[in-house]
Design a protein around this ligand. Structure first.
Ligand code: IVH
Length: 700
């Protein structure tokens, strides 16, 4: 897409713009440069996975463009990088008729099927040997994209193949799909392309963890997650899920007047190259052009071995006759083309018997039902235990003890029960009764409205205490090596460890005398515990296991205060001014720091030598604006806007992008516009002058 030369030019331009931005001298003349540079960096980041600037720098340039467009709305173009951001909710998805029906592919499962396919293709074309283009079969949701005069004008789901849903706004949230592409360079006026929307395994797992943390049912698998996301009515939610797309097919095109068919559209492989050159993520690197079916079979087998190592799910390979003229000659049946076939990898499904359901208590008291099934090998792993997440999952799937169940395991994604095979029920299967009391401490279980999860709210519940300790020492938290789950449980049962502060007061003499603990392992454990005292504050915050506080929020919290216990004095409102902290998260943090036992625990940890201070914050010149939000409008009498904004951040405050109830101070200069009008309508926003602002900073 970008040659070496152009890459270097754009890098230079990026540096110039970053400097200009810092100096506050960017203006509307830079609009095109900003767009080109932003598009280039999006491509580096999302398509090539090889960014050339820091996220922060990208954000600054993006904000600069946003500002120019806000001040000069007449400059906005449909393909400006800012136009991905969706405003409001989608009402309906209108029906979208595909320019060419979206057919499915015939499936094959072994080399005999492929040899048969090849034989028929040779017969029908009269050729001795066929040339194929082979590429992965992406496992997501299929989409069609229409570009007219180089602009993305419509994105649609497959639907029934003839008509799908128009989901253009959602499609625009996918950063690997360009909002415009220079098809005109190839003499093309209108193009319909096909592709697959995916969610990569890492993002899928991360997203599911968040759902479970919030007491919601996780999404079944990456495939459902991707296709389901396309039909969500809130595009902002779509954006959060980080969808990706591969575009693998040109299904229709119209030439511009007087233009001839470009050579790129004479065979499939070249069309993938064209898409790649236009900035699409096509399977350009994954594809292979091969002569004869033996080479195809070999490549399919090679790829199957790589399957688990890929960042996204594929469920097979697609073999396509490369030459478009031959494709036309072969034509299609009513269901699928005769020029292509899918080769499906070994299924990652199996059937087994549901033997029992156990109920586990998590560190926040959540009760998770876990299905115990007759061990069954799936994709090289034996599965015997499967989380059912919550009561609703059991009800929705109408699972019963004794049922034969269909189990799926997708790559390194955790296994799940697809469904019960109702037809083979014998009649003696038993309903699953969700407990009313905690299976460990027997206290009554509670469920909040609109939540799917039952909880044991006894924070002394032994199961919770143990789980909290396990979380505290875990790899992403305090990372105390050699302190596995089994050791935590053992020490707890023996009364050697009662709570989190107890980790730092363990009696190593007693442990050393226990069976299975040699001197070396005790020394290592002791050293690992001592080392963990030096962990940075954000790890400690995450380790505390405050509900809804994941690693990202923990980092935000760690940067906010000089000392962790400062949060004692934070109100709900103050907490909500922090990034990504809404009422629910704020409520949980507030609740945690209002609890005396928690404060006592933190004091004990500090006494044991853990780091509760934010060292950076201690060094910073001030912090007078800690927890406060600001916005500037109009021309300030003495300060440059960018300098004033930097001052806010240096002093612990935060700049907001617009006037809202989250805003504490609007600093007003000359010729203030709509922001001031808006702020006047919100009582809680204080409107101040530059002078007052400077006073706030200098106050000791
Ligand atoms: S080609 C006319 N190529 O598999 C043929 N399809 O049942 C157009 N798929 O609906 C499809 N990866 O959603 C093609 N590299 C690939 C693919 C692919 C995944 C999906 C597609 C299609 C289904 C076939």
């Amino acid at each position: 897409m970008y040659s070496k030369e152009i890459t270097q030019q754009l890098q230079k331009l990026t540096a110039t713009l970053i400097k200009k931005q810092a100096a506050g001298s960017i203006n509307k003349k830079d609009t095109d440069d900003l767009r080109n540079v932003l598009r280039f960096h999006e491509y580096r980041y999302y398509v090539l996975n090889d960014p050339l600037i820091a996220d922060y720098e990208y954000d600054q340039l993006y904000k600069a463009l946003e500002k120019i467009e806000r001040d000069n709305p007449e400059l906005i173009t449909a393909d400006s990088p800012t136009q991905r951001v969706a405003k409001g909710l989608t009402k309906d998805f209108p029906a979208a008729r595909h320019l060419v029906p979206m057919l499915s592919l015939d499936n094959s499962y072994n080399s005999e099927d492929l040899i048969d396919f090849d034989r028929k293709a040779k017969e029908l074309t009269g050729l001795k040997e066929m040339e194929y283009c082979v590429e992965p079969k992406f496992d997501g949701g299929s989409i069609s994209l229409i570009y007219e005069n180089d602009l993305l004008v419509r994105g649609a789901t497959r639907g029934d193949g003839v008509e799908g849903d128009e989901v253009t706004t959602n499609i625009k949230q996918i950063r690997t799909i360009p909002l415009s592409a220079k098809f005109s360079d190839y003499g093309l006026q209108q193009v319909e392309t096909r592709g697959e929307v995916l969610i990569n395994k890492k993002n899928f797992t991360k997203y599911n963890e968040q759902l479970v943390e919030q007491g919601l049912a996780p999404l079944a698998n990456p495939r459902n997650a991707a296709s389901g996301t396309l039909r969500i009515k809130d595009p902002a939610e779509v954006a959060k899920r980080n969808l990706e797309a591969f575009v693998y097919h040109v299904s229709f095109f119209l030439l511009s007047k007087g233009k001839k068919l470009p050579k790129e559209l004479t065979n499939h492989s070249d069309s993938l190259q064209m898409l790649w050159d236009l900035g699409f993520r096509s399977p350009q690197k994954e594809k292979k052009v091969l002569k004869g079916i033996d080479a195809v079979i070999k490549y399919c087998n090679e790829f199957e071995v790589k399957r688990d190592g890929l960042p996204y799910e594929i469920d097979g390979m697609v073999i396509k006759v490369n030459d478009f003229a031959l494709q036309d000659k072969l034509g299609m049946t009513s269901h699928h083309p005769r020029w292509a076939i899918a080769y499906k990898f070994k299924a990652r499904q199996g059937t087994s018997k549901l033997l029992n359901v156990e109920f586990q208590v998590g560190r926040t008291g959540s009760i998770t039902p876990v299905a115990k099934i007759q061990p069954v090998p799936i994709g090289g792993v034996t599965v015997s235990s499967i989380s059912l997440f919550n009561e609703d999952v059991i009800k929705e799937k109408d699972l019963r003890i004794g049922d034969t169940v269909l189990v799926e395991r997708a790559g390194d994604v955790i296994p799940y029960i697809v469904k019960s095979l109702v037809d083979v029920r014998k009649g003696n299967e038993k309903k699953i009764h969700f407990p009313k009391n905690c299976p460990v401490c027997n206290s009554k279980l509670f469920k909040e409205e609109e939540e799917a999860v039952w909880r044991c709210i006894n924070i002394e519940c032994p199961a919770q205490v143990v789980e909290r300790i396990i979380h505290f020492v875990s790899k992403d938290a305090m990372d105390i090596r050699g302190f596995g789950d089994a050791n935590v449980r053992k020490f707890y049962e023996l009364g050697l460890l009662k709570d989190i502060p107890g980790i730092y007061k363990l009696d190593f003499d007693t442990i050393g005398g226990m069976e299975g603990f040699g001197k070396k392992s005790v020394d290592n454990l002791q050293a690992a515990i001592a080392n963990s005292k030096k962990q940075p504050l954000h790890r400690l915050i995450f380790a505390l296991g405050i509900r809804f506080v994941g690693e990202t929020t923990a980092k935000t919290l760690a940067q906010t205060v000089k000392h962790l216990l400062d949060f004692k004095n934070y109100s709900m409102e103050e907490l909500q001014t922090l990034e990504d902290v809404g009422p629910r998260v704020a409520g949980s943090i507030h609740h945690f720091f209002s609890n005396r036992d928690n404060l006592r625990m933190l004091e004990q940890l500090e006494k044991s030598g853990l780091q509760l201070k934010n060292e950076k914050k201690q060094l910073a010149s001030g912090g007078n604006l800690k927890g406060l939000t600001f916005l500037f409008t109009g021309t300030l009498p003495t300060l440059k806007r960018s300098d004033a904004e930097a001052m806010v951040e240096e002093n612990g405050g935060q700049i907001l992008s617009g006037v809202s109830t989250k805003l504490n101070y609007l600093v007003v200069g000359e010729d203030a516009g709509s922001k001031l009008e808006k702020a006047k309508k919100i009582n809680s926003v204080k409107i101040i002058s530059e002078e007052e602002f400077l006073q706030m900073i200098s106050k000791k």
